[in-house]
Write a protein that binds this ligand. Structure first.
Ligand code: AMP
Length: 220
């Protein structure tokens, strides 16, 4: 099964994807995490990606598509994958369809998360992520704080703020999302595989609720 997580930054794609991984047993693959790992290790890819990510811009399609193409060859994703943060442009979506088609596969479900913009900004500037790349737990200093400040509940590592989680960069990321990624809503809607979910504290419908509902439907 191939699931694509769609949604502006801060809507909870990573949270929902990791809950789905846990509950359904399909591997979550985040292109953002792959880039951050490469930036930390200062690989050639990391140095290039950092130029774009630090400004809130998308990494060019040819680089990103190449990474996902290679990742899709690995054994742990042959029975299924949750793509978290890919595709983010129509070109990436078209290439993904081609790559999957060659393998006799297709995108089965696209989960499109939406959240009001003021809530997104508040969520992102208060977001803290586990520095342990294997853990990837996400907290929020206001709505979902860790038990001990600055320490991950799950693995005990230090919690950090992503460099691109600041107000200025977030505004650029939201702008780029509307221009480059939002057209994917129509792209997947026309294929009849889009499922849109509002994730908001105003409706008391958060990532965990979305994950539980999706899991229940998958297991039906
Ligand atoms: P994320 O962790 O998904 O918020 O991604 C962090 C950053 O990595 C984004 O703001 C982009 O700069 C870059 N990135 C992640 N996925 C993609 C993608 N599919 N295409 C281009 N850039 C990406």
């Amino acid at each position: 099964m191939v699931i694509v997580m769609l949604g502006a930054p801060g809507t909870g794609k990573g949270t929902v994807a990791s809950l789905l991984e846990e509950k359904v047993g399909i591997k979550q693959v985040s292109t953002g995490d792959i880039f951050r790992k490469n930036i930390k290790e200062q690989t050639e890819l990391g140095k290039i990606a950092e130029e774009y990510i630090s400004k809130g811009n998308l990494v060019p399609d040819d680089i990103t598509i190449g990474i996902v193409k290679n990742r899709l060859e690995e054994d742990d994703v042959q029975s299924g994958i949750i793509l978290d943060g890919f595709p983010r442009t129509v070109k990436q979506a078209e290439e993904l369809d081609k790559i999957l088609d060659e393998k006799g596969k297709k995108v089965d479900m696209v989960l499109n998360l939406t959240t009001p913009e003021e809530e997104i900004i508040e969520r992102i500037v208060n977001r803290r992520v586990c520095s342990n790349q294997e853990c990837k737990a996400v907290f929020n200093v206001t709505i979902n704080p860790s038990k001990v400040e600055g320490i991950c509940d799950k693995c005990g590592s230090e919690l950090v703020q992503r460099k691109d989680d600041n107000v200025e960069t977030v505004k650029t990321r939201i702008h780029n999302y509307m221009e480059q990624t939002n057209p994917l809503v129509k792209y997947y809607e026309s294929k009849g595989i889009l499922r849109t979910e509002l994730v908001s504290k105003t409706t008391n419908h958060l990532g965990e609720d979305v994950a539980n509902e999706v899991v229940a439907d998958i297991k039906k």
